[in-house]
Ligand binder design. Structure first.
Ligand SMILES: CC(C)(COP(=O)(O)OP(=O)(O)OC[C@H]1O[C@@H](n2cnc3c(N)ncnc32)[C@H](O)[C@@H]1OP(=O)(O)O)[C@@H](O)C(=O)NCCC(=O)NCCS
Length: 234
């Protein structure tokens, strides 16, 4: 596994993990969580959601503490920034976690900030209705030109790209997603934010076959994705 000493500038490292029933033993995962996190887990109403949270948080702590070399997973000093985004105080690495169903994806990079978003292609959504509410006009036009599986795939690629950008800035719901315009014609592409080119770059990749997932990453400089673990079968 990579450590911060091995991390190259311009690389975003990604780990994918199963957090559903086929994932790691929940009781063992609990040992990587702090007392507060275990208390938070106790507040979930459904076991399925609680166990996903526990596995996801253990995954985050284990990978990040190894990468940063900060001792045990439980001791990793995770804090929440003013914007609600989790951070490791004083660390030169940026990270961001995303989950969708039974899958979690963690991104880590030696950069100022990154945003990561994953979605399962089989999630049931009304693509065009959501797009008309949240997407930029150029994105809606691109979707309307497609139908069936092609339309669903493009929808989730755009959706995760916009979410990744909003998570990178830490602003989440505070910015209007219609002002975040994903430019469709480049693999790693600059983002247009409220009509102007913003200093954020996006990349999107699909993983798995059949009902796979799509993963988007946003970062403040052009970058390459390096997969560190991608063993989830879907
Ligand atoms: C947290 C938020 C930023 C992303 O939520 P999401 O896409 O539902 O969930 P994800 O699984 O991708 O991300 C959740 C993780 O992001 C991290 N996170 C939490 N707040 C964050 C923030 N402000 N910025 C970045 N990351 C954040 C946490 O690690 C969290 O994991 P946890 O719930 O286990 O603690 C959400 O509050 C939000 O604002 N989403 C935008 C919704 C929207 O308008 N979408 C339409 C655009 S197409």
């Amino acid at each position: 596994m990579k450590s911060i000493a091995e991390a190259k500038p311009g690389h975003v490292h990604l780990w994918m993990c199963e957090i559903g029933a086929r994932g790691n033993d929940v009781d063992q995962c609990r040992e990587s969580l702090t007392m507060e996190e275990n208390e938070r887990a106790g507040k979930f109403r459904f076991d399925e959601h609680r166990n996903r949270f526990i596995r996801g948080r253990a995954f985050l702590r284990e990978v990040l503490s190894t990468f940063c070399g900060t001792g045990s997973a439980r001791e990793l000093p995770l804090a929440i920034g003013e914007d609600g985004k989790p951070l490791v105080p004083g660390s030169p690495v940026a990270f961001n976690l995303s989950h969708s169903g039974d899958i979690a994806v963690l991104g880590i990079a030696p950069m100022r900030e990154i945003g990561v978003d994953v979605e399962c292609f089989d999630r049931r959504v009304e693509c065009l209705a959501l797009a008309r509410r949240y997407f930029a006009p150029s994105e809606i036009t691109a979707l309307e030109a497609l139908d069936g599986a092609g339309q669903r795939q493009l929808f989730f690629r755009l959706w995760t790209s916009k979410e990744a950008a909003m998570k990178a800035t830490g602003e989440g719901l505070r910015i209007d997603p219609r002002g975040v315009e994903v430019l469709l014609d480049q693999a790693v592409r600059p983002l247009r934010y409220e009509g102007r080119f913003a200093p954020w770059y996006l990349a999107n990749q699909d993983r798995g076959s059949g009902n796979g997932v799509t993963v988007s990453v946003a970062a403040p400089e052009p970058f390459a994705i390096v997969w560190e673990s991608d063993s989830v079968s879907r």
